[in-house]
Design a binder for this molecule. Structure first.
Ligand SMILES: Cc1cc2nc3c(=O)[nH]c(=O)nc-3n(C[C@H](O)[C@H](O)[C@H](O)COP(=O)(O)OP(=O)(O)OC[C@H]3O[C@@H](n4cnc5c(N)ncnc54)[C@H](O)[C@@H]3O)c2cc1C
Length: 401
């Protein structure tokens, strides 16, 4: 009889051999057959190879996921063109690996570079071509570009065009836009005068600047920052650890509710609560028009964000307790049913582990992110990926008709 122990022993014993033979497969048979005929050295980096660690870490922004306990990919593949993306996916699947796709690497739970089964990491950071058509007011952007690179390119071509995306320039276009992508496009003074006249904001309290300069200022809050700073992919790579959760507010919070929030803030540690206004054009789009469903009726998105700099369990516990304390307190004031923003990924809402979980097991957290669109997305998923190869711990499961 084959026991689990003997299978494990077999796997451990043969692992080095499997890695070497897979490596040959990748170079020799698989990638060259499945993609173009260009040389593939520098594209496939097997675990233990010279550049493996630096490439792996190049886009890990949350230090919570940069330690020896976190699973690592067997291969990192850095495609230089779309044919190689295709080849890499086919190879990984053929060789029995799962795949993880990484653009900017900002996923709050590290899902773009972590899997608990043997896996390849397909890192899109070399695919960052950006074409701006000023006449048409459109841009074609490859998924591995960052939003900072996009801002920079728009700013270089036009003084009047802009693109309202996130505040942190090193966030990847691939993850940011596919997850919703909320950003700024404010005419602050006019808005403040209309909505909050009691604050008496005057011109002299404001500093006029171009959109491109405002993108740099909001990121660094420094007067001496340069437009080129937007191109730094790893700028904020310090030893920063963080955890977030999110909510949507559909009914204005009372003063009493805010006072209570302030008390939770003071009593349980520290962190940030970020309010991102919705409405305007966002609420004109119907809830089921595209996957992002947080539309009409949403006043603003709330993000509870805790950050720490020293890796120890006590610090982590305090910060997690703070985020969870604020989240628990806010439960009665936010949207009902409770919802969440996909880009504020939160595995505490639920996750899949094996990959063949039933749709019904994923509904509770899936509908928080996608509301009624979740079922539709699961049916589309079945039609394009019935075996659920493209997955992570919070991906959309296939739902058969
Ligand atoms: C410091 C910081 C600041 C942030 N600021 C904002 C903000 O202002 N506004 C906002 O809305 N969000 C913000 N976010 C959240 C951010 O938008 C999300 O984390 C987003 O998913 C990051 O995209 P990425 O490409 O950098 O991440 P990745 O980790 O590379 O990807 C995120 C997810 O998308 C998948 N993915 C990425 N590329 C592809 C692709 N080409 N094809 C298929 N799947 C893909 C990954 O597998 C992963 O599941 C911020 C996050 C951080 C850490």
């Amino acid at each position: 009889m084959v026991t689990l122990d003997s299978i494990l022993l077999f796997v451990l014993f043969f692992l080095p051999y499997l890695v070497t033979s897979h490596n040959n497969n990748f170079y020799g048979l698989c990638l060259s057959n499945e993609s173009d005929n260009q040389p593939h050295h520098n594209i496939v980096h097997a675990v233990g190879s010279k550049n493996y660690q630096s490439i792996l870490e190049s886009s890990i922004h949350n230090a919570r996921f940069n330690n020896s306990n976190v699973p690592k990919p067997y291969y990192i593949i850095v495609p230089q063109n779309k044919e190689q993306v295709r080849g890499a996916m086919i190879c990984c699947k053929k060789l029995g690996f799962e795949s993880r796709i990484r653009s900017g690497g900002h996923d709050y739970e590290g899902l773009s570079f972590i899997s608990y089964k043997p896996y390849c990491l397909i890192d899109l950071s070399s695919l960052r071509k950006i074409d701006i058509d000023v006449q048409e007011k459109t841009a074609w952007v490859e998924a591995g570009a960052t939003i900072g690179e996009l801002y920079y390119n728009i700013g270089n071509k036009s003084n009047t065009l802009g693109f309202p995306a996130g505040t942190c320039p090193s966030v990847g276009v691939g993850g940011h836009i596919s997850g919703g992508g909320q950003g700024r496009k404010h005419h602050l003074r006019r808005l403040m005068r209309k909505k909050f006249p009691e604050l008496k904001l005057k011109s002299k309290d404001c500093e006029e600047m171009s959109w491109i300069n405002s993108t740099i200022r909001i990121d660094s809050y420094r007067k001496d920052s340069r437009i080129e700073d937007l191109l730094e992919r790893n700028k904020e790579k310090r030893l920063t650890f963080y955890k977030t959760k999110s909510d949507y507010v559909t009914k204005a919070l009372s003063e009493k509710a805010l006072q209570g929030l302030w008390n939770v803030f003071k009593s349980t540690g520290d962190g940030l609560v970020i309010l991102t206004p919705h409405g305007g054009r966002m609420s004109e789009i119907l809830e089921d028009a595209i996957p992002f469903p947080h539309r009409k009726g949403v006043l603003y998105n709330l993000q509870y964000f805790a950050l720490w700099h020293h890796p120890n369990q006590t610090a982590e516990k305090i910060k997690f307790d703070w985020v969870n304390g604020v989240y628990d307190y806010m439960g009665k004031f936010v949207s009902n049913p409770r919802t969440a923003y996909l880009n504020t990924r939160d595995l505490e809402l639920g996750r899949t582990l094996i990959g063949n979980e039933k749709y019904s097991e994923t509904k509770s957290w899936g509908e928080m992110y996608f509301k009624g669109n979740f079922e539709k997305l699961a049916r589309v998923k079945y039609s394009v990926d019935p075996t659920n190869y493209f997955r992570n711990e919070q991906s959309i499961p296939p739902l058969a008709p």
